[in-house]
Ligand binder design. Structure first.
Ligand code: 6PG
Length: 252
């Protein structure tokens, strides 16, 4: 029997509504975390779906809702490329958010790819997370206030792809990941399930009809994570929300 509480599933009519709702949820999480713990630590998702939400985050009302100096901006995954490359998740967040909002740049923590191999980049990012969270690097995983995730048409999330060894990582916080079948086919670094499932809240942002089958399978059929990596996300002591647009939810 699955002891985890059921995820919250919220369906928005359009991708724009989804983006606005996501931006509002990020703001609420920031307000609550700063009020309770003085700091908001978020891991951003890559891909295209969150772009609009990042842009909406710096609307005047949202900008003034919380203290942006109290935010640590981390990343859930990254491609093994320079952060100036158009396919870099950091570059997307910089363009849509960091360049436009009152973000304290010393509190932005990209997953640097300036290493000889993705495994080294992953280890370095785990050390960086230990510094950001001020916790021992060999202890329990960091507990993010909010982790944003997307889901690929193949059911992958972050850079945890079907059938790959990274799905079975139980100890490392960050690991290297071989490319999946979807473009861009680049080596990656990704947070692992131990970190995703230690979060206070994980928020999936999923839009588009091409994802509807996987959404239904994951939310209704409890498939194995080897074929549906996103199904492995189930915070042990936190919330899980799937924010969908109507097209992604059409088979529910
Ligand atoms: C990445 C991601 C990845 C993404 C999904 C969904 O770096 O590729 O973080 O997991 O979230 O592929 O991407 P879309 O939002 O573009 O569909």
């Amino acid at each position: 029997m699955n002891a985890q509480p059921a995820p919250h599933v919220a369906v928005c009519p359009t991708p724009d509504d989804l983006a606005a709702r996501a931006a509002d949820m990020i703001v609420s999480a920031a307000v609550a975390a700063i009020a309770e713990r003085g700091r908001f630590r978020i891991a951003l998702a890559g891909g295209s779906t969150p772009e609009k939400a990042y842009e909406l985050l710096h609307s005047p009302e949202r900008q003034s809702a919380f203290d942006w100096n109290q935010v640590d901006w981390c990343f859930g995954d990254e491609r093994f490329i320079f952060d100036t490359d158009k396919d870099s998740n950091y570059a997307m967040a910089k363009r849509t958010l960091f360049d436009k909002a009152p973000v304290k740049l010393t509190s932005v923590y990209p997953i640097s790819a300036e290493f000889s191999a993705p495994g080294k980049a992953a280890q370095a990012y785990a050390k960086k997370l230990a510094e950001v969270f001020q916790i021992p690097a060999d202890g329990p995983p960091p507990r993010f206030d909010l982790i944003l995730l997307g889901m690929g048409d193949d059911g992958h999330t972050a850079s945890l792809f079907p059938g790959k060894g990274s799905l079975r990582e139980e100890k490392a916080w960050v690991t290297a990941s071989l490319p999946g079948v979807l473009p861009p086919r680049l080596d990656r670094m990704t947070l692992t399930f131990p970190v995703l499932n230690a979060a206070r809240h994980v928020l999936f942002l999923v839009a588009g009809a091409k994802k509807a089958d996987k959404v239904r399978e994951i939310l209704h059929d409890h498939p194995p994570l080897d074929t549906h990596p996103a199904a492995g996300v189930s915070p042990t002591d936190g919330e899980l929300t799937w924010l969908l647009d109507a097209a992604a939810a059409e088979k529910l």
